[in-house]
Structure formats: structure tokens, C-alpha cells
Design a protein around this ligand. Structure first.
Ligand SMILES: C[S@@+](CC[C@H](N)C(=O)[O-])C[C@H]1O[C@@H](n2cnc3c(N)ncnc32)[C@H](O)[C@@H]1O
Length: 248
């Protein structure tokens, strides 16, 4: 039985008190097994079956370096599941937005994406903070991040790293058939605009992962996206990870 201990929690005001409480809870359980902490999750006596996927766990520990990246392994496992499903369908793969490229890098390692020469993985991001746009600054945003992320995928010629604002960049360069979409823009307007463009191109049965859907801090996104998908005959499953899952 495996455990995964991460320290990143969001929205905590008394971190020491919270952390001590989590430690106490862990040690109050009958046998520390199947315990997951981090990313606003605390589970115990769960299979955590994604931790049995050794290639995934190794790729994750190679590439996840920040506390947030280490704590969000369950989210990465969800993305990997949707991506693997997409490999059985027709079309290309998209992540809007990729930030440092960590999730995409883990996926590429696990599925050995460089061997799928007839498939492409399109990554988009601004890579640098633009105070004129409705997106928040993140620690790695910089003038050089685009170059660094391109370098991170230099061994995967079928990964297309694109710098630009969603949705404008999608109008310039995006695939016509999509087998998997990972949407993580932290921004209602940009996500809806991306969906307007990309949803009609997503092949039936493909998975869409909405990273922010279940988070109260991004509640505006859920309030807008739930009816948007309902109008198109799809329902969104809110996962305990905070992600939303849609089957096209
Ligand atoms: C939470 S991060 C993405 C993390 C990434 N999906 C991962 O799994 O590692 C959100 C990113 O969205 C980008 N972003 C926000 N609004 C955007 C827009 N309109 N166009 C392009 N990128 C945008 C930000 O620059 C930021 O890097």
C-alpha cells in the first residue's frame, strides 16, 4: 500500500496549525496506508492506484520540482488517463496553458510521445506576465520561459510549443482534429473562447480535463462552463482533485 505526502495546500491562513492538524489526523488513522496529502486533499485507506504505475511515478519525481507540482500528482494522473485514452482515437493533443510544461513533460515521458510521429501535442502559454491581461503572475513567468519550455521538449519534435494569448494564438495555429484537451487558463473568458474554437474539433469520445473547475477560487469558471457544456449535451464531472471531466 502506497502513500503520497505533499505539503502544498491553498487558502490556509494558519499553516502551522493546519499542518499539525493534518499530521495528527494521519497518525489517528488505523494504519497509515493509502494516505494522500496535498492539493487540498487528505485521503486514507484508498488504493491510490496511480502510484502503482512506476513509469508515471518515476517521470513525476524527475520533473515535478516545486511543492505545488509535487502535491498535484493526482491531477497529473487524471491528465495522463485522458491523454492515454486519446491515443486510441484520431487527432492531436492540446494543453492550454502549459506554464513550465511540467505536466506535459511527465505525459510525454510516460507514453514515449516522441515515437508517435503522426500525432502532435500543442502547448500554449503567454510564458510571461502581461499586466494588461486577465491572468495572474506566476513565479516562473519571465522573458526566457518560452525558450526554456521549448528546450524542455527539444527531444520531442512532435511537441509544438506556442507563445501567445488564447484565443488569438489558437486562431493562428491549432489542430483540426483533437483527441484530448487539457484546459488550465485560470480565466473564464479565455477558457470559454478556447472552447468555442476547439470543442467542435474534438472527436467523439475524447476527454476534456478542466483543471480549475472544482476550485472555489475559480468558481466563475464552473458557473459559466457547466451551462456551456449542458447546451452542447455534455455534463461535467467534478473530481475530488478540483478538476472537471467531460466526455465529448
Ligand atoms: C496554472 S498555470 C498552468 C499549469 C500547467 N497546466 C501545468 O499543469 O503545469 C496557468 C497558465 O495559464 C497561462 N494563461 C492564462 N491566461 C492565458 C491566456 N489568455 N493565454 C495564454 N496563456 C494564459 C498563464 O500564463 C499560466 O502560465
Amino acid at each position: 500500500m502506497k502513500n503520497h505526502f505533499g505539503n502544498a495546500f491553498f487558502g490556509v491562513k494558519d499553516f502551522l496549525g493546519f499542518f499539525n492538524g493534518v499530521q495528527k489526523a494521519i497518525h489517528s488513522v488505523d494504519g497509515v496506508a493509502g494516505t494522500y496529502t496535498g492539493d487540498n486533499l487528505f485521503t486514507f485507506h484508498k488504493n491510490l492506484s496511480f502510484l502503482d504505475d512506476l513509469e508515471f511515478v518515476e517521470a513525476h519525481s524527475r520533473h515535478a520540482v516545486t511543492e505545488v507540482e509535487k502535491s498535484t500528482i493526482w491531477r497529473a494522473a487524471v491528465v495522463l488517463w485522458g491523454f492515454r485514452h486519446g491515443l486510441k482515437l484520431e487527432g492531436d493533443f492540446i494543453e492550454c496553458a502549459c506554464y513550465r510544461g511540467t505536466t506535459a513533460r511527465i505525459i510525454c515521458d510516460v507514453v514515449k510521445f516522441e515515437k508517435f510521429l503522426d500525432r502532435k501535442y500543442y502547448l500554449y502559454d503567454l510564458f510571461d506576465h502581461n499586466p494588461g491581461l486577465a491572468h495572474h503572475a506566476m513565479p516562473a513567468h519571465s522573458k526566457t520561459l518560452f525558450r526554456e519550455v521549448r528546450q524542455r521538449f527539444s527531444d520531442c519534435t512532435n511537441v509544438m510549443v506556442n507563445q501567445g494569448e488564447v484565443p488569438a494564438v489558437l486562431k493562428k495555429n491549432s489542430p483540426s482534429k483533437i483527441a484530448f484537451l487539457h484546459l488550465d487558463l485560470n480565466n473564464k473568458e479565455a477558457e470559454l473562447a478556447a472552447l468555442e474554437i476547439l470543442f467542435p474539433r474534438i472527436v467523439p469520445g475524447a476527454i476534456i480535463v478542466l483543471d480549475d473547475y472544482g476550485w472555489l477560487g475559480y468558481r466563475e469558471q464552473r458557473l459559466a462552463e457547466e451551462p456551456w457544456f449542458a447546451e452542447r449535451g455534455c455534463s461535467v464531472l467534478e473530481l475530488p482533485t478540483g478538476q472537471g471531466l467531460v466526455i465529448r
